[in-house]
Design a protein around this ligand. Structure first.
Ligand SMILES: [Mn+2]
Length: 231
């Protein structure tokens, strides 16, 4: 549309201050911390009992492809990855004709080795994390410290030996192997629960959430979060 012609000459608007010719100051260096490393790693580990491949990205979206030959473990690792926002690939073949023990433990061990590698020197990360997760009647607390000192406290009694064909005692073996390889502190307390599937599932979700927190960068952390200066 045609512009409205000014009826009469208006008083000129007061001149704005001329924009400064000085260039904008340089933006701050992207980060005082060095550029965030790509926190991903992969490992294939083969013994006479099992062959396990794990690929992990800490800063992922929670996408996973998991096939361990132990469907209940697949289900739990998928939850762990989803709720930790970790991208995870796990492929395992093991002597399941013996039982599930070697496979479950070796997946925990290999995942722990890869997890530790993705952490690198832990510069700038929060280090601690905790989560309480309910699933119906079950409530499980998980507390982690990426301390470099392996310690594991497991107060979760599933109350029955099996969930389907999965030996519930293997969760302890899985976590112990994981903790030792990551060199972290892990306390699991099942506050209440009746159904072992619910208790174990809430634990894996909580472990994902607690580790997600512990592995996040905190901009206030310079170096590693330790008065000793190393983790
Ligand atoms: Mn389930």
């Amino acid at each position: 549309m045609a512009r409205k012609a000014p009826a009469k000459k208006r008083k000129a608007a007061p001149k704005k201050a001329a924009p400064s010719r000085r260039p904008a100051p340089h933006p701050k260096p992207a980060a005082r911390r060095r550029a965030a490393p790509a926190r991903k790693a992969a490992l294939e580990r083969t013994t006479r009992e099992t062959s396990v491949f794990v690929e992990l990205s800490l800063d992922g979206s929670g996408a996973s492809t998991i096939a361990t030959g132990v469907p209940f473990l697949d289900h739990m690792l998928e939850l762990w990855s989803k709720h930790g926002f970790f991208d995870l690939v796990v492929r395992a073949t093991g002597d399941l004709e013996v039982d599930q023990h070697h496979t479950v433990e070796d997946v925990g061990l290999t995942l722990g080795q890869v997890f530790r590698e993705t952490l690198g020197d832990k510069v700038g990360v929060r280090r601690f994390g905790q989560s309480s997760v309910p699933l119906d009647e079950a409530l499980v607390s998980v507390v982690v410290d990426l301390s470099g000192r392996p310690y594991f406290v497991y107060e979760l009694d599933p109350g029955q030996e099996r969930v389907g064909d999965f030996d519930t005692g293997l969760v302890h073996d899985f976590l112990l192997a994981f903790v030792n390889e990551v060199r972290m502190n892990l306390h699991v307390d099942c506050i209440r629960g009746r159904n072992p599937h619910h208790m174990i599932e809430a634990m894996f979700k909580g472990l994902g959430r607690a580790l997600d927190t512990a592995t996040q960068f905190d901009p206030r952390v310079t170096g590693v979060l330790s008065t000793k200066g190393s983790l």
